[in-house]
Design a protein around this ligand. Structure first.
Ligand code: HEM
Length: 418
């Protein structure tokens, strides 16, 4: 059903102002509720250092708009960039964004090749690794006692699994961790220099480190393939398709940021949510396996670790009563669509039995839908299963210390005890 714009005052909301993202989550969600009632709103773009501010963007905050834009990629294109509001040079975007900022046919080719690593058979093979790593992490937690949950638990699992999948040697996992923190730091001064030139330099250095690490690994696997994803991607398959050295570097950067930070934040938010909603913890813990499927989806909906992705209009187009022009930018606010009261009853409520739950936390239906969604679900389930079994009383002892970012719903620190 098309919702007509309503006279709702949104003049106090500026999504381009970083201070908005430093406001408490409750205030932000209240602002998004007003934006949803209002319909698409245009925001001026914030410039970034030497990069000139462009012409601004429409904020898509309703579930229906996010879903329709996602499944109409010929009109809502991912090029020139899905992950930055300013139009950065294409090379820069592809270095950091890989296929997430590509359209067909280039996107389809990349997706076909890298999907080899994410088939049910490949993921099934990873299950043992995931369970073993989750058990080892909980051993460490029990040894540590009260501690920071992010660095002791949630940051470890996704990073280890991506590195193991790719075949990265253990002694280089730390470099991957530190570099991916910088690439996805948003504007947080804990990770990036305050002025844009320094920040840009840090970003390029971190990306360069990740790409160099992979280039070396790819070279090795080309001559001596092993049973890892890097070998599968650099050695041509039956149709003669393989990734070039540069493509594998960029794809790895995408995995290191897309698969690492997101899953880490989902796990951290899970502990925070279970602490703040003891009734839901009790319910889930009363029969872990019965509720795990719906509970994990609800964590992803409620937390929305990825706040938005960008699309750019290839032609004039009308959607849900609004007319867009060719060249317009739109930001698909997953975090807002996942709170849309026309789709989710009582959307702020954390309900581990919510069903159906058509959230867009992994993106809307379309060619870019999260490649790692099944892997993320397996990881989140595995670590929570282990916590439920061995540390059932674990809880957060203070509110999360949040990352200052408009793109990732990140948590830097969450003290826990059990
Ligand atoms: C809770 C964890 C995760 C969340 C919330 C998440 C979210 C997302 C979102 C919102 C997109 C964009 C969808 C679109 O543009 O339509 C995406 C794409 C992607 N994700 Fe995830 N993700 C998660 C975990 C992972 C993991 C574990 C991996 C891999 C190891 C991964 C790899 C990717 C890749 C490669 C893409 C780009 C796909 C394409 O362009 O075709 N993600 N993810």
């Amino acid at each position: 059903m098309v919702q007509a714009p309503q006279p709702v005052d949104v003049s106090d909301i500026d999504l381009s102002d970083l201070r908005f993202w430093g406001r408490p989550p409750g205030e932000r969600y209240e602002a998004f509720a007003r934006l949803r009632r209002r319909g698409p709103v245009f925001f001026a773009e914030a410039g970034w250092g030497p990069i000139p501010p462009g012409p601004g963007y429409w904020a898509l905050t309703r579930h229906a708009d996010v879903v329709e834009a996602s499944r109409t990629p010929a009109v809502f294109a991912s090029e020139p960039s899905a992950i930055s509001v300013p139009d950065l040079p294409r090379d820069f975007n592809e270095f950091f964004g890989s296929m997430i900022s590509m359209d067909d046919p280039r996107h389809a080719r990349m997706r076909r090749i890298v999907s080899r690593g994410f088939t049910p058979r490949m993921l099934g093979k990873l299950d043992d690794d995931i369970n073993r790593t989750a058990a080892r992490i909980v051993d460490g937690l029990l040894d540590a006692g009260p501690c920071d949950f992010v660095s002791t638990v949630s940051a470890r699992l996704p990073l280890t699994i991506i590195c193991e999948m790719m075949g990265i040697p253990r002694d280089q996992h730390r470099t991957v961790f530190e570099s991916s923190n910088v690439v996805l730091a948003g504007a947080d001064p804990d990770y990036l220099g305050e002025d844009a030139d320094t920040a840009l330099h840090q970003l390029l250095t971190a990306g360069g480190n990740l790409a160099a690490l992979l280039a070396e690994l790819a070279e090795d696997r080309r001559s001596a393939p092993r049973d890892d994803l890097t070998s599968a991607l650099v050695n041509a398959d039956v149709d003669g398709e393989a990734l070039t050295g540069q493509e594998i570097g960029s794809f790895f950067i995408l995995l290191a940021v897309a698969g690492n930070e997101t899953t880490r934040n989902a796990i951290t938010h899970a502990l925070d949510l279970l602490t703040r909603h003891p009734d839901q913890r009790e319910l889930w813990w009363s029969d872990f396996e019965a509720h795990a499927g719906t509970a994990v989806e609800e964590v992803v909906r409620h937390a929305s670790p990825v706040v938005w992705m960008r699309r750019t209009l290839t032609e004039d187009h009308e959607m849900n009563g609004h007319r867009y022009r060719a060249g317009d930018k739109v930001l698909l606010y997953y975090a807002s669509a996942n709170r849309d009261e026309t789709v989710f009853a009582d959307p702020d409520r954390f309900d581990v039995t919510r069903s159906p739950n058509p959230h867009v936390g992994f993106g809307g239906p379309g060619p870019h839908f999260c490649l790692g969604a099944h892997l993320a679900r397996r990881e989140i389930t595995a670590i929570l299963r282990e916590l439920h079994r061995r540390v059932p009383t674990i809880h957060a002892t203070a509110p999360p210390r949040r990352l200052l970012s408009n793109f990732v719903n990140g948590v830097k620190e969450l003290p826990c005890a059990f």
